[in-house]
Design a protein around this ligand. Structure first.
Ligand code: MUC
Ligand code: MG
Length: 367
C-alpha cells in the first residue's frame, strides 16, 4: 500500500479556560490536522500541535515543511516502510510535531489494514490508563476548586501542578492548598517549565517534599548544566526531563549527564516510533517514564493513551490525558469519556478516530 498524498488542515478551537505555565500560555488550540492518504483508500489521521515556546514550530511551519519537504519525499512510499520513511524525515532537522503526526497517521493506516488497534500493534499491555490532570497557574483557591471539580466529576486523583513563578512562595502556597483540600489520597507532582534557577528549585523542593510530591519536572533549565546536575542529585523524587529531552539522543544525554532521572514521553513530538525508542531506552537504563501532554486535544489524547496503554512501563503511572476538557469543542465525531479517573483505549482498527466533517468545516482556517 502506497502513500498518495499528505493533507494538512489548519484549524483553531478556543479554550474555555486558557492554560498558563512558566514558558507560555495557550488560549486557542491552533493545530494542524494531518491526513495521510493511500492508494487503497485508507486514510491515517493525526494532530500536530505547534508549540513555538518549546520547539519553535508554528501552524504555518508545520504546513510548510509537510507540503514542501515531507509530502514530496514520502509520496509513493510503502506505508509500512517505517525505517526508510524515518530516514527521509531525519534529513530535515527539528519539526518534531510535523514528523510525529505523519508517523502516527502511518501507524493508524497499518492498524486499519490489519484490523488491529494501534495499542495492540505496539504491545497490547492493557486497554486503559489512569489519568493525571494538569493545573495551570492561578490562585490557590481557583486551582484547588478545579482539582476538586476534576476529582468529583471524573474521579481524577492525580494532579500535575504547574510551578516556576516568582516568588516561589506563589506555587508552594498552591501545593499546600491542594494538599489541604484534596487530602493524602491525591497524588501531586510539579512541572516548572524551566522557570526557576537551580537554587530556587532546591529551596522549593525542600518544602514540596514535605507535601509528598511524587515527581519534579524541568524545574530549572537543563542548559544550566552544573546547576541542573546539582539539583537532580539532591531531589528525593524522580526528576523528569520533558522539553529538554525531545529525541532519543537527547534522552540518553540527559540521563547520562545526570540532568534527569525520569523522562516525559509525548507522542505529539516523538510519534509512536520514536516514543517506543525512548521508552525502551528508558527501560534499558532504568529510568521511569510518564506519558506527558503537549496540551493535546482529543485527537492527541487518543494517541497518547493508545501508546501509553500498550506497554507496562508507560502505563504504570497516570498519563496526562485530561486537558482536552478545557477546550470549547473538538473535531472528533465521538466524545472521549473519563470515568473513575481512567481513560480507555478504543478497541478499533488503527486509532479508531472519526473526524466530524461539520466541525472540521466550522473550525478550519484555510477557506
Ligand atoms: C508540559 O508538560 O510542559 C507546556 C508546555 C509544553 O510544551 O507542554 C505543556 C505541558
Ligand atoms: Mg512539562
Amino acid at each position: 500500500m502506497k502513500i498518495t498524498a499528505i493533507e494538512t488542515v489548519p484549524y483553531a478551537i478556543p479554550y474555555t479556560k486558557p492554560l498558563r505555565f512558566a514558558s507560555g500560555e495557550v488560549h486557542t488550540a491552533e493545530h494542524v490536522l494531518v491526513r495521510v492518504h493511500t492508494d487503497e483508500g485508507l486514510t491515517g489521521v493525526a494532530d500536530a500541535p505547534p508549540r513555538p515556546f518549546t520547539y519553535g514550530e508554528t501552524q504555518a511551519s508545520v504546513i510548510g515543511v509537510i507540503e514542501r519537504i515531507f509530502a514530496p519525499q514520502l509520496t509513493g512510499m510503502d506505508v509500512l516502510a517505517r525505517e526508510p520513511v524515518h530516514a527521509l524525515l531525519h534529513r530535515t532537522v527539528g519539526n518534531p510535531a510535523a514528523k510525529a503526526a505523519i508517523d502516527m497517521a502511518l501507524w493508524d493506516i497499518a492498524g486499519q489494514a490489519l484490523g488491529l488497534s494501534v495499542t495492540r500493534l505496539l504491545g497490547g499491555w492493557t486497554d486503559r490508563m489512569r489519568v493525571a490532570h494538569m493545573l495551570g497557574f492561578d490562585s490557590p483557591e481557583r486551582m484547588a476548586a478545579e482539582a476538586e471539580r476534576m476529582r468529583d466529576t471524573y474521579g481524577i486523583t492525580v494532579f500535575k501542578v504547574k510551578v516556576g513563578r516568582r516568588p516561589t512562595r506563589l506555587d508552594i502556597d498552591v501545593c499546600l492548598k491542594l494538599r489541604e483540600v484534596l487530602g493524602d489520597g491525591a497524588e501531586l507532582y510539579v512541572d516548572g517549565n524551566r522557570g526557576w534557577t537551580a537554587s530556587e528549585s532546591a529551596a522549593a523542593l525542600r518544602e514540596l517534599d514535605r507535601l509528598g510530591i511524587t515527581l519534579a519536572e524541568e524545574l530549572c533549565p537543563a542548559d544550566d548544566v552544573l546547576g541542573r546536575r546539582w539539583l537532580v542529585r539532591q531531589s528525593s523524587v524522580p526528576f523528569v526531563a520533558d522539553e529538554s529531552a525531545t529525541t532519543p539522543a537527547e534522552v540518553t544525554r540527559s540521563l547520562l549527564d545526570g540532568a534527569a532521572t525520569a523522562i516525559s514521553i509525548k507522542t505529539a513530538r516523538t510519534g509512536f516510533t520514536h516514543s517506543q525508542r525512548v521508552l525502551f531506552q528508558c527501560e534499558g537504563m532504568g529510568a521511569e517514564v510518564v506519558m506527558g501532554n503537549q496540551i493535546d486535544g482529543r485527537l492527541g489524547t487518543v494517541c497518547t493513551v493508545a501508546f501509553g496503554a500498550a506497554h507496562a512501563s508507560s502505563s504504570r503511572r497516570a498519563g496526562e490525558l485530561s486537558n482536552f476538557l478545557d477546550m470549547s469543542d473538538d473535531l472528533l465525531a465521538e466524545p472521549l469519556v473519563i470515568t473513575d479517573g481512567t481513560l480507555t483505549v478504543r478497541d478499533r482498527p488503527g486509532l479508531g478516530i472519526a473526524i466530524d466533517d461539520a466541525k472540521l468545516a466550522r473550525y478550519r482556517q484555510d477557506h
